[in-house]
Design a protein around this ligand. Structure first.
Ligand code: ASP
Length: 556
């Protein structure tokens, strides 16, 4: 597969007879670029229709110019011909019995073009008609690349840990794996604050009617609360049933070694609420403080709609900035496979092998609950959103994998917004608002982990947790998850508070600290799957789900 391509051709004369030559060039170059046969045929059909229209409306001068361009996997065909501006869907109308053959063909062609609407753009400038046809991804989809990178990363990580001499392995970590994953995470951090801010401003300023926004907001919050409560109750139930760990075992095996949880995260509910309002406009951007950014974006979005003649100008600017940062995100996302390879290898190298093996029961209980929760999302999406869960999971698997490897809801947020709009057909009115919010306050996987780990450590330390203590524990966990930031390891900080409430020594964290990075991957995947599921359900119930995109097998 080639990552960069730029091929041009000029074909004369500008007549319908030249179309086959144009199509031959397009087919040859798309195949050489590694685009799948299905996508090539689809692009050819669209290009043929476009060429017909361009030639029909041409002045006959000059040539048909075709450019095939690929930047990092997305292939685009640009066709331009001199001519007058025209209606792209010209010739549309009802098919009737007495329709002339030519007219019928034109109608069918218009329908064909409409059916492929998302795949091309028409423009007219300086007497030249141009169309831009997007062919989608190449044969090697980014999903396959990411899966491949994950598998290779695991193999490489195991080689580094168990086969390679320590000095060489440290060299790989210090000079290849750590720099690449740090650069990738830094690049993502560039876009987190602008994506949160501009997506919410654009979303809110796009609502003419603020009561519609209020209704969507209440539904989104309601869904987040529902899934969180389900996660906590399910987790209590499964953990008590499976009961991982041996009563009091840790007292003998782990000598109460103190563990420092080095963090600046403030998990108290009152300060979380107070800190939602920032004291200046810039700080939240510098600190990527998502809750404060959401607050700023909400008041900015509402204000944009209230400034009369400036409203359309500013809305346009915010809209453009939103597209800009989502495009930058798309460019950064191309490097996900490399980041996945490096982070998974690094994680394996840094993992304490023996503690990992000693806690398989606890580990599998947590993982099992994450998968039960994912099953529950599927049921909710089907029952409340009337969406086929198989299609839903097929569409979001790449973004699940991204969250899994990045271990950060915030870092995965731009990818999740893209998945919602481009693959699931969720209107930006819903996901531009709900995904950034969910990345901050909707943490079902974290709740699951807090329940399992809390109860597991209580058992290991011989602390009896009576059923009557569970509701208060559940409430604490739900509140903690609201304030828990979507960054790697944040759940471990909240765990300290859960342990305190249970009367388990804080040093107990030492038992799970080695396994936490792995569980964090599953928890983060559940956190973000919950955000996407809730956005899909709310969009469906609000009539803001484009089922054409949802059911389009190419939009994956
Ligand atoms: N890493 C998780 C997230 O970003 C939070 C946590 O559970 O640590 O969603």
């Amino acid at each position: 597969m080639k990552w960069f391509i730029n091929k041009r051709i000029k074909i004369r004369p500008v007549e319908t007879a030249s179309i086959s030559e144009c199509l031959e060039f397009i087919e040859k170059e798309l195949r050489a670029a590694g685009v799948s046969s299905r996508l090539t045929v689809r692009a050819e059909i669209t290009c043929e229709e476009m060429l017909l229209r361009l030639i029909e409306n041409s002045t006959g001068e000059g040539s048909i110019r075709i450019q095939i361009k690929r930047t990092l996997g997305d292939t685009v065909i640009n066709i331009s011909v001199k001519g007058r501006e025209f209606d792209l869907y010209g010739g549309e109308g009802e098919l009737s019995d007495d329709i002339e053959d030519e007219e019928a063909q034109s109608v069918i062609r218009s329908f064909l073009l409409k059916a492929n609407d998302s795949n091309f753009r028409y423009s007219h400038k300086d007497g030249v008609n141009s169309v831009r046809v997007m062919t989608g991804q190449s044969t090697v989809s980014s999903m396959k690349l990411t899966m491949g990178a994950l598998a290779l990363g695991i193999v490489f990580g195991l080689i580094l840990k168990f086969v390679m001499p320590e000095a060489l392995s440290a060299g790989f970590c210090d000079y290849l794996l750590t720099p690449v994953s740090t650069m990738f995470m830094n690049a993502l951090k560039i876009v987190i604050a602008p994506v949160v801010f501009f997506s919410i401003v654009t979303c809110i300023s796009g609502f003419g009617d603020l009561s519609e926004l209020g209704r969507i907001g209440v539904r989104v919050m309601g869904m987040y609360l529902l899934t969180t409560v389900i996660a906590v109750i399910m987790s209590f139930f499964v953990t008590v049933m499976l009961s991982p760990g041996k009563f009091g075992a840790a007292l003998a095996m782990h000598g109460g070694q103190a563990v420092d949880i080095n963090t600046n995260v403030d998990t108290s509910l009152l300060s979380t609420i107070i800190n939602i309002v920032p004291s200046n406009f810039i700080q939240p951007f510098l600190e990527s403080n998502t809750l404060q950014l959401i607050f700023l974006a909400m008041i900015t979005g509402i204000a944009v709609g209230k400034i009369g003649e400036y409203t359309p100008v500013l809305s346009g600017i915010f809209d453009a900035c939103n597209s800009l940062f989502l495009t930058i995100t798309t460019m950064i996302a191309k490097f996900i496979p490399a980041a996945v390879f490096c982070s998974i290898s690094l994680m394996l190298v840094n993992l304490g092998g023996s503690s990992f093996l000693s806690m398989l029961g606890y580990f599998f209980t947590n993982v099992l609950e994450v998968f039960i929760m994912i099953g529950i999302y599927g049921l909710l999406v089907m029952a409340m959103g009337r969406v086929n869960p198989l299609i839903f999971f097929r569409k979001i698997r790449q973004s699940m994998l991204t969250s899994f490897t990045l271990c950060s809801s915030s870092a995965a947020m731009p990818e999740n917004i893209r998945t919602c709009t481009d693959k699931l057909g969720v209107s930006p009115k819903v996901c531009n608002f709900s995904i950034p919010l969910g990345a901050t306050i909707n943490m079902d996987g974290t709740c699951i982990s807090l329940v399992v780990t809390g109860l597991y450590l209580a058992k290991m330390y011989g602390v009896n947790v009576p059923p009557s203590a569970l509701p208060a524990l559940g409430l604490t966990i739900i509140l903690l998850s609201l304030g828990c930031p979507g960054v790697p390891g944040a759940g471990l900080v909240c765990l300290g508070i859960v342990l305190e409430q249970l009367g388990v020594p804080i040093s107990a964290i030492g038992l799970v600290i080695a396994i936490d990075p792995v569980l964090d991957m599953f928890d983060t995947m559940s956190n973000t799957t919950g955000d996407v599921a809730c956005a899909t359900i709310v969009a469906s119930r609000e009539g803001l789900l484009d089922r054409k995109i949802l059911n389009d097998p190419e939009a994956v």
